[in-house]
Ligand binder design. Structure first.
Ligand code: ATP
Ligand code: MG
Length: 224
């Protein structure tokens, strides 16, 4: 059994009577600890596929198994538990809550976890330090640059010790140097903690580091 298994997964959006086949008959097996990169043109279905794996978006058809469990046959509570405990999601677009400080944004996913508050606070400080933003701990997103907001979103995705990190162009708006730092950090987490890492990127340079590379074209995948 692989950690993640997709069988003939499709997602069809309907927009004013027009059907958009965003993901089409994708079957894929992912082993624990793999580092997979996904490249493909804009609109090829990368974010849709990631959302389906992350338990955020019900596919139109097909099956998604996590450690043998069909996640979309779970009830809403169990599906949210899957999202909260197994998955760290770094969204394509900034997703911090503007009314919360950097540290509060990191603590948000831990509200329902069994971890002690003091532990979570310590971890939040440690992760902010790891992404080089220790001094911004009490800053609000509006007081931070786009790249700094990204790094906070990356730190936040790790707070619940996920088993899988889904990263949708996590370094999209970072300068080269910060991009390299953030990628090194993510790769280290993948290697040292055996966290599965699925990276959507436009950069063939970044994709090259993966142990497995996938290209998406019009909703379909091709292994490279
Ligand atoms: N909520 C939605 N409703 C209708 N169509 C959608 C919706 N979300 C995405 N689509 C369409 O599905 C297709 C795949 O979109 P998706 O966001 O998965 O692409 P992507 O590969 O992530 O693109 P990008 O590289 O630009 O982020 C596109 O044609 C898009 O317009
Ligand atoms: Mg996308």
């Amino acid at each position: 059994m692989s950690q993640i298994e997709l069988y003939s997964v499709s997602k069809i959006y309907t927009l004013e009577d027009i059907e958009i086949r965003a993901v089409e008959e994708v079957s894929l097996k992912i082993e624990k600890g793999e580092f997979i990169s996904i490249v493909g043109h804009s609109g090829s279905g990368k974010t849709t596929l990631l959302s389906i794996i992350g338990g955020i978006l019900h596919p139109t058809s097909g099956t998604v198994l996590f450690e043998g469990t069909d996640i979309y046959s779970l009830n809403e509570d169990s599906l949210s538990e899957y999202r909260a405990e197994k998955i760290g999601y770094i969204f394509q677009f900034a997703s911090l809550l503007p009314v919360l400080t950097a540290k509060e944004n990191l603590l948000l996913p831990t509200i329902f976890s069994k971890d002690k508050r003091a532990n979570s606070e310590k971890k939040a400080e440690e992760y902010l330090d790891m992404v080089g933003l220790k001094e911004k701990i009490n800053a609000y997103p509006s007081q931070l640059s786009g790249g700094q907001q990204r790094r906070i979103a990356i730190a936040r995705a790790l707070m619940n010790d996920p088993e899988v990190i889904l990263a949708d162009e996590p370094t999209g708006d970072l300068d080269e140097e910060t991009e390299a730092e953030v990628m090194d950090f993510l790769k280290r987490i993948n290697r040292e903690r055996g966290i599965t890492f699925i990276l959507v990127t436009h950069s063939s340079e970044l994709a090259k580091d993966a142990t497995r590379r996938i290209r998406m074209t019009q909703g379909k995948i091709i292994e490279m």
